[in-house]
Design a protein around this ligand. Structure first.
Ligand SMILES: [Zn+2]
Length: 252
């Protein structure tokens, strides 16, 4: 068994932390819970479910069901939690009080208070899929945690990808290949556009990792056209070896 103290101090390449690994493991383990998936599946409109059943059975292409699911999720089901919300009465910016949670179950709570009136807004950052599905609001982490569970509930194996900068999304296993799927983007940009962030958001990756309930995979190469440069930068730094992270992830 690896020593937490040892890992935190010398084993993990910045910015990968023990807490992040625990979070992604615990979230993606829920994709293997068939009772949870059954309840998540009930959220999906029946027309979309039927289209998926046909496609997964091999009779139809997955493109149309995926496009419908992404549209429904982004435009009908989920809401985006603004990073700088405004008071609905006073129309001025709310001030943030950040309270750190004590486990992956509630990672933190963001309280937004109006400096002029008594308006206050609480935004709990949940790791439990059921709570995210109940709240129907979040940022890319909540969206990707829940969307991955929805795909899993429709018999599409999925995992969560985090870039260790400021974004996360999903991958879906389609015809034995892991395909990029980002429920926060508009279709068709949202499917199979792995270089989108580097080309449009000017991302400078160090690590892009994919998490499932059983394993972790370094997928940086798939998301960058500058893989050789990233490799060179990694070699200059200490602790750039992924093998300890992979071992640790399997044990937690
Ligand atoms: Zn106000």
């Amino acid at each position: 068994m690896l020593n937490f103290f040892d890992l935190a101090n010398s084993g993990l390449p910045y910015p990968i932390t023990k807490d992040t690994l625990v979070l992604y493991k615990q979230v993606s383990k829920q994709y293997l819970d068939r009772y949870l998936l059954e309840s998540i599946r009930m959220l999906v409109p029946i027309k979309i479910k039927n289209k998926f059943e046909g496609a997964v059975g091999g009779k139809l292409d997955l493109k149309i069901p995926m496009a419908l699911l992404l549209y429904w999720f982004k435009h009908d089901f989920m809401k985006w939690m603004d990073k700088s919300p405004v008071c609905p009465s006073c129309n001025i910016s709310l001030s943030l009080r950040y309270v750190k949670g004590n486990s992956w179950i509630v990672r933190s709570v963001e309280y937004y208070d109006c400096p002029q009136c008594s308006f206050t807004l609480a935004f709990p950052r949940y790791g439990e899929i059921e709570n995210i599905a109940f709240n129907r609001i979040g940022r890319c982490s909540e969206w990707s945690f829940l969307f991955g569970a929805i795909l899993s509930s429709l018999s599409i194996q999925s995992r969560i990808v985090h870039d260790f900068l400021d974004h996360c999304w999903n991958e879906a296993l389609i015809e034995e290949k892991w395909i990029h799927v980002d429920s926060t983007l508009e279709y068709p940009i949202s499917v199979n556009n792995p270089h989108y962030y580097e080309q449009n958001w000017n991302k400078k990756y160090q690590y892009v990792l994919a998490f499932s309930g059983t394993e972790i995979e370094d997928v940086t190469k798939n998301y960058s056209v500058n893989w050789e440069t990233i490799l060179q930068q990694r070699k200059k730094r200490k602790n750039s070896d992924m093998s300890r992270i992979i071992d640790y992830y399997e044990k937690i």
